[in-house]
Every structure is written in structure tokens, then in C-alpha cells.
Design a protein around this ligand. Sequence first.
Ligand code: HEC
Length: 138
Amino acid sequence: MKYLLSTLLCAALLTACGEDPSSLPEWTPADHAQPPSLQDPAGRAPARREASVDLARTLYMLHCASCHGAGGKGDGPLATGLTVPDLTAAATREKPDEALVEKIRLGGAGMPAFGGTIPPDGMQAIVAYLRGLSPAED
Ligand code: HEC
């Protein structure tokens, strides 16, 4: 009887584990990719553009909004006593990216220099962010 029971137990275990292990799919490097739902149709890394806009906004809010205001209109709390330009006005919008990056890098006339604080691609991203702020009515 004891022998019979253990034979039955073995048989049951063997059946449970009897699936052929080679039927499991083998891992390939492609399994590491993002699921298609997270990729945009152009196949770029997901949400990369949004991430750089978020980064630019964060840099702007951290370093610039105190004078230039959250919307770029020059009405930040530290603007009093300074002549802070409205960055959404035509006068600024008409300037090329390089000129704005240069101003951010070197500062001057009441504006601090950010060349040692913000890397060049950060400054570039801020300028792109400024271009996207709603323009002044002028
Ligand atoms: C302490 C206040 C202050 C802070 C902080 C500040 N700015 Fe300025 N910003 C100024 C002032 C004042 C001017 C005008 C300088 C001038 O007349 O040359 C100016 C000018 C500029 C201009 C030139 C606009 C034009 O039409 O030529 C840009 C672009 C600019 N700031 C962007 C930034 C950015 C981006 C930051 C953050 C990284 C920043 N500023 C931080 C005060 C500030």
C-alpha cells in the first residue's frame, strides 16, 4: 500500500511537471524594448519631447521666473527696481535664438549670468520654451 501511494504521488508530480520546458519562449533582446503602446509612431523614445519641455519649464521656474514672471511678462517678484523685459514681446521674439542664449549665458544690466549654472542645451531648451509662451499683445 505504501508503495502504491508513492507511485501514485510520483505519477501525479510527473504529470504536473511534465510540460516540455523547451516550449517556453526564449528571451531575446527584443523583449527588452518598450511595448508598442509606449512608442510614438515615428519610433522615437517615448515622451522625450515632453520631458525636455518639462525640464525647460523647471529650469525657467527655478532660475528666471523670479524676475521674468511665470508667464515671461517681466512681472516676477524680484523685478521691482529693475527694467525686466517682457520675453513674450515682439522685441524679444524677433531676436535670434543665439542672441537670447548669449544673454542668458552672460547676463548683464541687472540680469545674472547663467553660463556657469545652466548647460548649453538647457539654455537652448529654455529659449524654445520661451518661444512657446503665449505672446504679448503688441
Ligand atoms: C535678477 C533678475 C533676473 C533674472 C533672475 C533673470 N533675468 Fe533675464 N533679464 C533681466 C533683466 C533686468 C534683463 C534686461 C537686461 C538688459 O537690458 O540688457 C533681462 C534680459 C533677458 C533677456 C534678453 C531679452 C531681450 O529681448 O534681449 C533674456 C532672453 C532673458 N533675460 C532670459 C532670462 C532667462 C532665461 C533667465 C533664467 C535662466 C533669466 N533671464 C533670469 C533680469 C533677470
